[in-house]
Design a binder for this molecule. Structure first.
Ligand SMILES: *Cc1c(COP(=O)(O)O)cnc(C)c1O
Length: 408
């Protein structure tokens, strides 16, 4: 059987320290995220973009550069190969005729977190983990609980009481053990870490799969970068805007671009990567504007774009690297602006996106106005989830008619 994965080792994202990829790992000795490394010279001989085009339309089409070694361990619900939609009306309105949207509202569980969960859960199961545990702002917990169920693993999930209601139900319906925490994601993280330590000392086999505290969620999310490039005919867009919370997606897209360049699948300058946040919680934007390489948690973080309410990301320095390295930028938009963008996009294009994705649409308009974006550029906004997860962002008052009433 040909090699399914060319995974070679894990590497500390700060020091380059090398770790074994075939045991369960968390962070490096210095507490930094671990990055999966592949034998890309070998991968180049195993697969070409043309081979990939003939494969089924899910993220496993890039399996040589994913960490699962045995195809029997792939846990899938068909995630990936989401549409890269042209947005002709919205683009015309914003002065960006080349505007496109990578629409992750169409993956299982309704948010792109399914990508990280599919790959992370598959690899955890392959390495003998019996249950996953994580704090979440909602969508990641929902996705990991669903994929854990499909893999036959347990799932312990803790989320802020303010997290989107529907994500609680997704955890519960798929048999996850759910706790609501009267605080923020960081508070939930401390409670989960404590429970995992106690349960594992009794031999329970949990893995703490908190954001960037396990190496394979990035690998799932990086497939968004591979897909965007594949869907543009193996060409890079000029700019990608990404709603940045923990930053896994933007770190992952940056990693995918670097891998594709090393594979020889793309050439020329990389797309400028834009980290988009909400003004109520914009640590990365603050750091970027100050020219710093690490962020500071804002006081009282809050935004309706709940998935990007992350005051202090473990991988903040990697997000800022991605922005600096590609000549990108970082932009914060207010809740009013992003909600207006959510409504306007649905009217223009019929697609109801999540507030996090809408932040990117608002930011694209802002960057066009400032002249940072050129009207001739191919600009991709990432919509990370479906508007259906956030029903409260739209009010739908309508006249109630008696059965003998009259519609004008
Ligand atoms: C988690 C989440 C984000 C932020 O993702 P990161 O990759 O952690 O920055 C954005 N949008 C939605 C809908 C999310 O659930």
């Amino acid at each position: 059987m040909p090699e399914f994965s060319t995974l070679s080792h894990l590497e500390c994202s700060r020091t380059g320290e090398v770790l074994d990829a075939d045991t369960v790992q968390g962070t490096s000795a210095s507490g930094a995220p671990l990055l999966a490394r592949y034998d890309l010279d070998r991968a180049r001989t195993l697969v070409t973009p043309a081979d990939i085009a003939a494969r089924p339309p899910d993220l496993w089409r890039y399996h040589e550069v994913l960490p699962v070694r045995d195809p029997a361990h792939v846990v899938t619900m068909g995630e990936g190969m989401t549409p890269l939609l042209p947005l002709p009306r919205a683009g015309a309105r914003l002065g960006l005729p080349g505007l496109r949207m990578k629409d992750e509202g169409l993956v299982p569980t309704g948010a792109f977190k399914a990508r990280g969960a599919a790959v992370g859960v598959s690899r955890a199961a392959e390495l003998g983990v019996r249950a996953v545990a994580m704090p979440t702002n909602g969508n990641a917990g929902a996705a990991w609980a669903c994929y854990a169920a499909r893999a036959g693993l347990g799932a312990l999930i803790a989320m802020p009481v303010d997290a989107p209601e529907i994500t609680r139900r997704e955890v519960v319906v798929s048999g996850g053990e759910l706790y609501l925490v009267d605080g923020l994601i960081g508070d939930a993280g401390r409670l989960v870490a404590d429970a995992v330590a106690r349960r594992n000392s009794a031999g329970a086999g949990y893995q703490d799969t908190s954001t960037l505290r396990e190496p394979y969620r990035i690998e799932g999310k990086k497939t968004m970068g591979y897909e965007i490039v594949e869907q543009l005919g193996w060409r890079c867009p000029d700019v990608i805007l990404y709603p940045t919370g923990g930053g896994v997606g933007i770190i992952a897209i940056h990693k995918a671009l670097a891998e594709m360049r090393e594979l020889g699948w793309i050439s020329g300058p990389l797309p400028r990567l834009v980290a988009v946040q909400a003004t109520g919680c914009a640590p990365i934007v603050d750091a970027f504007e100050a020219g710093l390489r690490e962020s500071t948690a804002p006081a009282d973080p809050h935004t309706v774009a709940f998935g990007i309410t992350v005051p202090r990301a473990l991988g903040d320095f990697l997000v800022l690297d991605a922005v600096y390295d590609t000549g990108g930028t970082a932009v914060a938009v207010s809740d009013d602006e992003l909600l207006a963008a959510e409504h306007a996009l649905a009217r223009d294009e019929g697609t109801w996106i999540c507030p996090e994705g809408a932040a990117c649409v608002a930011a694209a308009g802002r960057l066009r106005e400032s002249g940072w974006l050129d009207g001739s550029e191919t600009v991709v906004v990432l919509n990370t989830g479906s508007g259906l997860i956030y029903p409260d962002t739209v009010t739908a008052d309508a006249p109630v008619l008696a059965t003998d009433g009259r519609i004008p």
